[in-house]
Design a binder for this molecule. Structure first.
Ligand SMILES: Cc1ncc(COP(=O)(O)O)c(C=O)c1O
Length: 438
Protein backbone atom coordinates (compact mmCIF):
# COMPACT_ATOMS: atom_id res chain seq x y z
CA UNK A 1 0.00 0.00 0.00
CA UNK A 2 1.29 3.50 -0.81
CA UNK A 3 2.08 5.88 2.04
CA UNK A 4 -0.86 8.10 0.93
CA UNK A 5 -3.33 5.21 1.12
CA UNK A 6 -1.94 4.03 4.42
CA UNK A 7 -2.22 7.57 5.77
CA UNK A 8 -5.81 7.90 4.56
CA UNK A 9 -6.81 4.57 6.07
CA UNK A 10 -5.30 5.48 9.42
CA UNK A 11 -6.90 8.95 9.29
CA UNK A 12 -10.34 7.40 8.62
CA UNK A 13 -9.83 5.00 11.51
CA UNK A 14 -8.97 7.85 13.90
CA UNK A 15 -12.05 9.79 12.75
CA UNK A 16 -14.26 6.77 13.37
CA UNK A 17 -12.78 6.30 16.82
CA UNK A 18 -13.35 9.99 17.54
CA UNK A 19 -17.05 9.59 16.72
CA UNK A 20 -17.22 6.53 18.99
CA UNK A 21 -15.55 8.50 21.75
CA UNK A 22 -18.08 11.30 21.37
CA UNK A 23 -21.00 8.85 21.60
CA UNK A 24 -19.58 7.34 24.77
CA UNK A 25 -18.40 10.45 26.59
CA UNK A 26 -20.27 13.53 25.43
CA UNK A 27 -23.77 12.32 24.53
CA UNK A 28 -26.50 14.25 26.34
CA UNK A 29 -27.58 13.17 29.79
CA UNK A 30 -31.16 13.09 31.05
CA UNK A 31 -32.64 16.27 32.61
CA UNK A 32 -33.33 16.02 36.35
CA UNK A 33 -35.11 19.18 37.56
CA UNK A 34 -33.28 20.84 40.43
CA UNK A 35 -30.15 18.79 39.85
CA UNK A 36 -29.22 19.23 36.20
CA UNK A 37 -27.89 22.68 35.48
CA UNK A 38 -30.16 24.89 33.38
CA UNK A 39 -27.17 26.81 32.10
CA UNK A 40 -27.18 30.42 30.95
CA UNK A 41 -25.16 29.22 27.98
CA UNK A 42 -22.72 26.56 26.92
CA UNK A 43 -21.03 24.90 24.02
CA UNK A 44 -23.22 22.69 21.86
CA UNK A 45 -21.34 20.30 19.64
CA UNK A 46 -21.25 16.77 18.30
CA UNK A 47 -18.65 14.43 16.89
CA UNK A 48 -18.07 16.74 13.91
CA UNK A 49 -16.32 19.39 16.04
CA UNK A 50 -14.15 16.69 17.62
CA UNK A 51 -13.26 15.29 14.20
CA UNK A 52 -12.32 18.74 12.85
CA UNK A 53 -10.19 19.40 15.94
CA UNK A 54 -8.44 16.05 15.73
CA UNK A 55 -7.87 16.46 12.00
CA UNK A 56 -6.24 19.83 12.63
CA UNK A 57 -3.95 18.35 15.29
CA UNK A 58 -2.98 15.56 12.86
CA UNK A 59 -2.17 18.15 10.18
CA UNK A 60 -0.05 19.88 12.85
CA UNK A 61 -0.07 23.24 11.09
CA UNK A 62 -0.47 24.89 14.52
CA UNK A 63 -0.56 28.59 13.71
CA UNK A 64 -3.29 30.11 11.50
CA UNK A 65 -3.41 27.90 8.42
CA UNK A 66 -5.94 26.19 6.13
CA UNK A 67 -8.80 26.15 8.65
CA UNK A 68 -8.20 29.79 9.64
CA UNK A 69 -8.37 30.88 5.99
CA UNK A 70 -11.47 28.78 5.40
CA UNK A 71 -13.18 30.30 8.44
CA UNK A 72 -12.26 33.86 7.44
CA UNK A 73 -13.57 33.25 3.93
CA UNK A 74 -16.79 31.70 5.26
CA UNK A 75 -17.41 34.68 7.52
CA UNK A 76 -16.56 37.11 4.73
CA UNK A 77 -19.23 35.50 2.56
CA UNK A 78 -21.71 35.42 5.45
CA UNK A 79 -21.33 39.16 6.08
CA UNK A 80 -20.64 40.02 2.42
CA UNK A 81 -17.87 42.18 3.93
CA UNK A 82 -14.62 43.43 2.44
CA UNK A 83 -12.66 41.22 4.75
CA UNK A 84 -12.81 39.20 7.97
CA UNK A 85 -9.83 38.84 10.28
CA UNK A 86 -9.77 35.95 12.69
CA UNK A 87 -8.48 36.90 16.16
CA UNK A 88 -8.11 35.18 19.52
CA UNK A 89 -11.15 36.78 21.23
CA UNK A 90 -13.99 39.25 20.87
CA UNK A 91 -12.01 41.55 23.18
CA UNK A 92 -9.07 41.37 20.75
CA UNK A 93 -11.44 42.19 17.89
CA UNK A 94 -12.50 45.33 19.77
CA UNK A 95 -8.86 46.19 20.43
CA UNK A 96 -7.99 45.81 16.72
CA UNK A 97 -10.90 48.04 15.71
CA UNK A 98 -10.07 50.93 18.03
CA UNK A 99 -6.29 50.66 17.52
CA UNK A 100 -6.86 50.67 13.76
CA UNK A 101 -8.89 53.87 13.92
CA UNK A 102 -6.04 55.43 15.95
CA UNK A 103 -3.34 54.52 13.42
CA UNK A 104 -1.79 57.48 11.55
CA UNK A 105 -1.97 55.25 8.46
CA UNK A 106 -5.75 55.64 8.40
CA UNK A 107 -7.17 58.78 6.82
CA UNK A 108 -9.17 60.84 9.37
CA UNK A 109 -7.76 58.72 12.17
CA UNK A 110 -8.62 59.32 15.82
CA UNK A 111 -6.24 61.30 18.03
CA UNK A 112 -5.79 61.34 21.82
CA UNK A 113 -8.58 63.38 23.40
CA UNK A 114 -11.08 62.59 20.64
CA UNK A 115 -14.45 61.43 21.92
CA UNK A 116 -16.22 58.12 21.36
CA UNK A 117 -19.93 57.85 22.15
CA UNK A 118 -20.76 54.59 23.88
CA UNK A 119 -23.47 53.22 26.21
CA UNK A 120 -22.99 53.18 29.99
CA UNK A 121 -24.24 49.57 30.13
CA UNK A 122 -21.42 47.76 28.40
CA UNK A 123 -18.92 44.95 28.42
CA UNK A 124 -15.57 46.01 29.92
CA UNK A 125 -13.48 45.21 26.85
CA UNK A 126 -15.74 47.24 24.62
CA UNK A 127 -14.70 50.25 26.67
CA UNK A 128 -11.12 49.43 27.66
CA UNK A 129 -9.46 49.94 24.24
CA UNK A 130 -11.07 53.38 23.99
CA UNK A 131 -9.43 54.42 27.26
CA UNK A 132 -6.13 52.65 26.54
CA UNK A 133 -5.80 54.57 23.28
CA UNK A 134 -6.18 57.94 25.03
CA UNK A 135 -9.67 58.55 23.66
CA UNK A 136 -12.47 59.90 25.84
CA UNK A 137 -15.63 57.83 26.18
CA UNK A 138 -18.90 59.78 26.27
CA UNK A 139 -21.49 57.78 28.16
CA UNK A 140 -25.12 57.72 27.11
CA UNK A 141 -27.91 56.12 29.12
CA UNK A 142 -29.63 52.78 28.30
CA UNK A 143 -33.27 51.87 28.87
CA UNK A 144 -34.47 48.78 30.75
CA UNK A 145 -36.30 46.57 28.28
CA UNK A 146 -34.11 47.82 25.39
CA UNK A 147 -30.65 47.48 27.01
CA UNK A 148 -28.92 49.33 24.18
CA UNK A 149 -27.74 52.93 23.92
CA UNK A 150 -30.63 55.40 24.06
CA UNK A 151 -30.52 56.51 20.43
CA UNK A 152 -32.71 59.53 21.11
CA UNK A 153 -29.78 61.02 23.08
CA UNK A 154 -26.87 60.31 20.73
CA UNK A 155 -27.06 63.50 18.70
CA UNK A 156 -27.34 65.69 21.80
CA UNK A 157 -24.24 63.97 23.22
CA UNK A 158 -22.04 65.03 20.29
CA UNK A 159 -19.44 67.78 20.83
CA UNK A 160 -16.85 69.20 18.43
CA UNK A 161 -14.43 66.54 19.72
CA UNK A 162 -16.72 63.57 18.96
CA UNK A 163 -15.39 61.32 16.19
CA UNK A 164 -16.87 57.88 16.68
CA UNK A 165 -19.82 55.82 17.96
CA UNK A 166 -18.97 52.39 19.37
CA UNK A 167 -21.89 50.37 20.67
CA UNK A 168 -22.65 46.72 21.42
CA UNK A 169 -25.84 45.02 20.26
CA UNK A 170 -26.38 44.03 23.86
CA UNK A 171 -27.45 40.42 24.56
CA UNK A 172 -28.18 40.05 20.85
CA UNK A 173 -30.78 42.82 20.57
CA UNK A 174 -30.01 45.03 17.55
CA UNK A 175 -29.36 48.72 18.08
CA UNK A 176 -31.51 51.12 16.09
CA UNK A 177 -29.15 51.34 13.12
CA UNK A 178 -31.36 53.81 11.20
CA UNK A 179 -30.78 56.49 13.81
CA UNK A 180 -27.13 55.61 14.46
CA UNK A 181 -26.13 55.60 10.77
CA UNK A 182 -28.07 58.78 10.08
CA UNK A 183 -26.43 60.69 12.95
CA UNK A 184 -23.01 59.26 12.04
CA UNK A 185 -23.35 60.31 8.41
CA UNK A 186 -24.46 63.85 9.20
CA UNK A 187 -21.68 64.35 11.77
CA UNK A 188 -19.00 62.37 9.86
CA UNK A 189 -18.43 59.88 12.69
CA UNK A 190 -16.82 56.48 12.50
CA UNK A 191 -19.17 53.66 13.52
CA UNK A 192 -17.95 50.50 15.24
CA UNK A 193 -20.41 47.73 16.13
CA UNK A 194 -19.64 45.32 18.92
CA UNK A 195 -21.53 42.33 17.55
CA UNK A 196 -20.02 39.86 20.02
CA UNK A 197 -23.46 38.98 21.41
CA UNK A 198 -25.38 39.26 18.19
CA UNK A 199 -24.17 36.92 15.44
CA UNK A 200 -27.11 36.58 13.04
CA UNK A 201 -29.19 39.47 14.41
CA UNK A 202 -30.70 41.77 11.80
CA UNK A 203 -31.97 45.33 11.59
CA UNK A 204 -34.42 45.93 8.75
CA UNK A 205 -33.41 42.55 7.32
CA UNK A 206 -29.70 43.50 7.17
CA UNK A 207 -27.17 41.69 9.34
CA UNK A 208 -25.85 43.52 12.39
CA UNK A 209 -22.14 43.91 11.84
CA UNK A 210 -22.57 45.14 8.27
CA UNK A 211 -23.57 48.74 9.07
CA UNK A 212 -20.46 50.19 10.72
CA UNK A 213 -16.92 50.60 9.40
CA UNK A 214 -15.98 47.50 11.36
CA UNK A 215 -17.62 45.11 13.78
CA UNK A 216 -16.51 42.44 16.22
CA UNK A 217 -17.66 38.87 16.92
CA UNK A 218 -16.82 36.61 19.87
CA UNK A 219 -16.49 32.85 19.71
CA UNK A 220 -16.16 32.29 23.45
CA UNK A 221 -18.18 29.18 24.50
CA UNK A 222 -21.12 31.26 25.78
CA UNK A 223 -21.59 32.79 22.33
CA UNK A 224 -23.59 31.61 19.32
CA UNK A 225 -20.77 29.47 17.96
CA UNK A 226 -17.47 28.76 19.64
CA UNK A 227 -13.86 27.91 18.98
CA UNK A 228 -12.96 27.91 22.70
CA UNK A 229 -11.42 31.35 22.58
CA UNK A 230 -11.75 33.38 19.42
CA UNK A 231 -13.20 36.31 17.58
CA UNK A 232 -13.48 38.02 14.23
CA UNK A 233 -13.10 41.55 12.96
CA UNK A 234 -15.60 42.19 10.18
CA UNK A 235 -14.26 44.90 7.91
CA UNK A 236 -16.68 46.94 5.83
CA UNK A 237 -14.56 50.00 5.11
CA UNK A 238 -11.77 49.88 2.53
CA UNK A 239 -9.98 52.67 4.44
CA UNK A 240 -9.05 50.40 7.33
CA UNK A 241 -8.48 46.98 5.78
CA UNK A 242 -4.67 46.96 5.50
CA UNK A 243 -4.10 48.65 8.86
CA UNK A 244 -6.40 46.27 10.77
CA UNK A 245 -4.43 43.30 9.41
CA UNK A 246 -1.18 44.96 10.41
CA UNK A 247 -2.43 45.73 13.94
CA UNK A 248 -3.41 42.07 14.39
CA UNK A 249 -0.06 40.80 13.04
CA UNK A 250 2.60 42.55 15.16
CA UNK A 251 2.13 45.91 13.39
CA UNK A 252 4.05 44.66 10.36
CA UNK A 253 3.78 46.18 6.91
CA UNK A 254 4.00 42.78 5.18
CA UNK A 255 0.74 40.96 4.44
CA UNK A 256 2.09 37.47 3.73
CA UNK A 257 0.04 34.60 5.16
CA UNK A 258 1.94 32.35 7.63
CA UNK A 259 4.39 30.18 5.71
CA UNK A 260 4.53 32.59 2.72
CA UNK A 261 7.45 34.89 2.03
CA UNK A 262 7.00 37.18 -0.94
CA UNK A 263 3.31 37.86 -1.58
CA UNK A 264 4.05 41.48 -2.58
CA UNK A 265 6.71 40.31 -5.07
CA UNK A 266 9.06 43.03 -3.88
CA UNK A 267 10.20 41.68 -0.55
CA UNK A 268 13.68 43.26 -0.89
CA UNK A 269 12.62 46.33 -2.86
CA UNK A 270 10.98 48.50 -0.21
CA UNK A 271 12.26 51.68 1.39
CA UNK A 272 10.04 52.70 4.31
CA UNK A 273 10.67 54.93 7.33
CA UNK A 274 14.36 55.58 7.83
CA UNK A 275 15.28 51.98 7.09
CA UNK A 276 17.87 51.20 4.42
CA UNK A 277 16.59 50.32 0.94
CA UNK A 278 15.86 46.60 0.58
CA UNK A 279 15.25 45.97 4.29
CA UNK A 280 13.28 42.68 4.40
CA UNK A 281 9.58 43.60 4.13
CA UNK A 282 8.72 40.81 6.56
CA UNK A 283 10.45 42.87 9.28
CA UNK A 284 9.09 46.32 8.51
CA UNK A 285 6.62 47.64 11.11
CA UNK A 286 4.30 50.45 10.10
CA UNK A 287 1.98 50.29 13.13
CA UNK A 288 2.10 49.79 16.88
CA UNK A 289 0.55 46.33 16.75
CA UNK A 290 -0.07 43.14 18.68
CA UNK A 291 -0.08 39.43 17.97
CA UNK A 292 -3.79 38.53 18.24
CA UNK A 293 -3.85 35.50 15.93
CA UNK A 294 -5.28 32.04 16.62
CA UNK A 295 -4.12 28.48 16.23
CA UNK A 296 -5.50 26.44 13.34
CA UNK A 297 -6.99 24.01 15.86
CA UNK A 298 -9.26 26.76 17.20
CA UNK A 299 -10.20 27.74 13.65
CA UNK A 300 -11.05 24.11 12.81
CA UNK A 301 -13.64 24.13 15.60
CA UNK A 302 -15.03 27.39 14.23
CA UNK A 303 -15.44 25.84 10.75
CA UNK A 304 -17.40 22.91 12.20
CA UNK A 305 -19.56 25.16 14.37
CA UNK A 306 -20.42 27.53 11.54
CA UNK A 307 -22.38 24.77 9.79
CA UNK A 308 -24.73 24.70 12.77
CA UNK A 309 -25.19 28.48 13.04
CA UNK A 310 -28.64 28.75 11.36
CA UNK A 311 -30.05 25.98 13.58
CA UNK A 312 -28.45 27.54 16.67
CA UNK A 313 -29.92 30.97 15.94
CA UNK A 314 -33.34 29.44 15.33
CA UNK A 315 -33.20 27.51 18.62
CA UNK A 316 -32.21 30.69 20.50
CA UNK A 317 -35.12 32.55 18.88
CA UNK A 318 -37.59 29.77 19.70
CA UNK A 319 -36.44 29.68 23.32
CA UNK A 320 -36.71 33.46 23.63
CA UNK A 321 -40.21 33.34 22.07
CA UNK A 322 -41.19 30.75 24.66
CA UNK A 323 -40.05 33.08 27.45
CA UNK A 324 -41.68 36.13 25.88
CA UNK A 325 -44.99 34.25 25.82
CA UNK A 326 -44.77 32.46 29.16
CA UNK A 327 -43.31 35.27 31.25
CA UNK A 328 -46.11 37.65 30.23
CA UNK A 329 -48.15 36.39 33.20
CA UNK A 330 -45.53 37.97 35.52
CA UNK A 331 -45.51 41.40 33.91
CA UNK A 332 -46.68 43.08 37.10
CA UNK A 333 -43.29 42.03 38.53
CA UNK A 334 -40.94 42.40 35.56
CA UNK A 335 -40.17 44.27 32.34
CA UNK A 336 -39.80 41.95 29.36
CA UNK A 337 -37.60 42.79 26.35
CA UNK A 338 -39.10 45.44 24.07
CA UNK A 339 -38.10 44.74 20.53
CA UNK A 340 -38.34 47.32 17.73
CA UNK A 341 -40.36 46.13 14.74
CA UNK A 342 -37.30 46.39 12.45
CA UNK A 343 -35.14 44.33 14.83
CA UNK A 344 -34.76 40.58 14.74
CA UNK A 345 -32.54 39.64 17.70
CA UNK A 346 -30.16 36.72 17.69
CA UNK A 347 -30.44 36.24 21.43
CA UNK A 348 -27.34 35.83 23.56
CA UNK A 349 -29.50 35.58 26.66
CA UNK A 350 -32.98 36.60 27.78
CA UNK A 351 -32.91 39.78 29.89
CA UNK A 352 -35.50 40.49 32.59
CA UNK A 353 -35.73 43.70 34.60
CA UNK A 354 -37.50 43.16 37.89
CA UNK A 355 -39.76 45.93 39.10
CA UNK A 356 -38.69 47.83 42.21
CA UNK A 357 -40.82 45.79 44.62
CA UNK A 358 -38.93 42.58 43.71
CA UNK A 359 -35.67 41.82 45.53
CA UNK A 360 -33.26 40.81 42.74
CA UNK A 361 -30.77 39.07 44.99
CA UNK A 362 -33.53 36.95 46.52
CA UNK A 363 -34.94 36.15 43.05
CA UNK A 364 -31.51 35.16 41.70
CA UNK A 365 -30.81 32.99 44.75
CA UNK A 366 -34.22 31.30 44.32
CA UNK A 367 -33.28 30.30 40.77
CA UNK A 368 -29.66 29.42 41.48
CA UNK A 369 -30.72 27.20 44.42
CA UNK A 370 -32.22 24.78 41.88
CA UNK A 371 -29.40 25.13 39.39
CA UNK A 372 -31.06 27.64 37.10
CA UNK A 373 -28.13 29.81 36.11
CA UNK A 374 -28.44 33.58 35.93
CA UNK A 375 -26.13 36.33 34.77
CA UNK A 376 -26.15 40.12 35.03
CA UNK A 377 -26.01 42.36 31.98
CA UNK A 378 -22.25 42.53 32.10
CA UNK A 379 -20.76 45.58 33.82
CA UNK A 380 -24.11 47.21 34.70
CA UNK A 381 -23.28 50.90 35.07
CA UNK A 382 -19.64 50.43 34.06
CA UNK A 383 -18.62 53.67 35.81
CA UNK A 384 -19.46 52.08 39.17
CA UNK A 385 -16.97 49.25 38.56
CA UNK A 386 -13.82 49.46 40.68
CA UNK A 387 -11.50 49.45 37.67
CA UNK A 388 -13.46 52.10 35.80
CA UNK A 389 -14.42 54.58 38.52
CA UNK A 390 -11.61 56.98 37.70
CA UNK A 391 -11.27 56.76 33.92
CA UNK A 392 -11.38 60.00 31.92
CA UNK A 393 -14.94 60.42 30.61
CA UNK A 394 -17.79 62.70 29.77
CA UNK A 395 -21.25 61.65 30.93
CA UNK A 396 -24.18 62.83 28.86
CA UNK A 397 -27.13 63.50 31.19
CA UNK A 398 -28.25 61.21 34.01
CA UNK A 399 -27.69 57.47 33.80
CA UNK A 400 -31.01 56.56 35.40
CA UNK A 401 -31.99 53.68 33.12
CA UNK A 402 -28.43 52.36 33.36
CA UNK A 403 -28.64 52.32 37.15
CA UNK A 404 -31.94 50.44 37.01
CA UNK A 405 -30.30 47.83 34.76
CA UNK A 406 -27.39 47.60 37.21
CA UNK A 407 -29.78 47.13 40.16
CA UNK A 408 -32.74 45.16 38.80
CA UNK A 409 -31.76 43.29 35.60
CA UNK A 410 -30.56 39.72 35.10
CA UNK A 411 -30.59 37.35 32.19
CA UNK A 412 -31.32 33.67 31.79
CA UNK A 413 -30.24 31.28 29.09
CA UNK A 414 -31.75 30.63 25.67
CA UNK A 415 -28.89 28.63 24.19
CA UNK A 416 -29.60 25.59 21.97
CA UNK A 417 -28.64 23.13 24.72
CA UNK A 418 -31.86 23.92 26.61
CA UNK A 419 -34.87 21.64 26.23
CA UNK A 420 -38.61 22.33 26.60
CA UNK A 421 -38.77 20.64 30.07
CA UNK A 422 -35.92 22.91 31.20
CA UNK A 423 -37.72 26.04 30.00
CA UNK A 424 -40.96 24.88 31.65
CA UNK A 425 -39.06 24.24 34.88
CA UNK A 426 -37.78 27.86 34.84
CA UNK A 427 -41.35 29.19 34.46
CA UNK A 428 -42.63 26.92 37.26
CA UNK A 429 -39.86 28.03 39.58
CA UNK A 430 -40.54 31.72 38.91
CA UNK A 431 -44.26 31.13 39.43
CA UNK A 432 -43.50 29.63 42.86
CA UNK A 433 -41.36 32.64 43.71
CA UNK A 434 -44.07 35.17 42.95
CA UNK A 435 -46.66 33.05 44.80
CA UNK A 436 -44.67 32.24 47.92
CA UNK A 437 -41.71 34.63 48.32
CA UNK A 438 -43.19 38.09 47.79
C1 LIG B 1 -20.70 42.68 24.12
C2 LIG B 1 -19.43 41.94 24.33
N1 LIG B 1 -18.28 42.43 23.82
C3 LIG B 1 -17.12 41.78 23.96
C4 LIG B 1 -17.04 40.57 24.61
C5 LIG B 1 -15.71 39.91 24.77
O1 LIG B 1 -15.61 38.72 24.03
P1 LIG B 1 -14.47 37.64 24.43
O2 LIG B 1 -14.92 36.98 25.68
O3 LIG B 1 -14.42 36.72 23.26
O4 LIG B 1 -13.22 38.40 24.62
C6 LIG B 1 -18.19 40.02 25.17
C7 LIG B 1 -18.12 38.74 25.89
O5 LIG B 1 -19.09 38.14 26.33
C8 LIG B 1 -19.42 40.71 25.02
O6 LIG B 1 -20.56 40.21 25.53
Amino acid sequence: MSIENEQKELHDKIMKLTTEYYELVHKKKEFVPGTTKVAYSGRVFDDEELRYGVDSVLQYWLTAGPYAFEFELTMRKYFASRDCLIVNSGSSANLVMISTLCSPNVRDHLKPGDEVITPAVTFPTTLTPIVQNGLVPVFVDCKPGEYNIDVTEIEAAISEKTRCIFMPHTVGIPDNMDVIMDVAKRHKLWVLEDGCDALGATWGGKLCGTFGDMSSISFYPAHHITMGEGGMVVINSAKVKKTALSIRDWGRDCWCDPGKSNTCNQRFDWQLGDLPYGYDHKYIYSNLGYNLKVTDIQAALGCAQFKKLPAFIEARRNNADFYLKNLKQFEEHMILPQIHEKANPSWFGFPITLKDHVDRLKFIQWLEDVNIETRLVFGGNILKQPGFQHIPRRVHKELTGTDTIMNQTLFIGVYPGLTKPMLEFVIERMDQFFKTQM
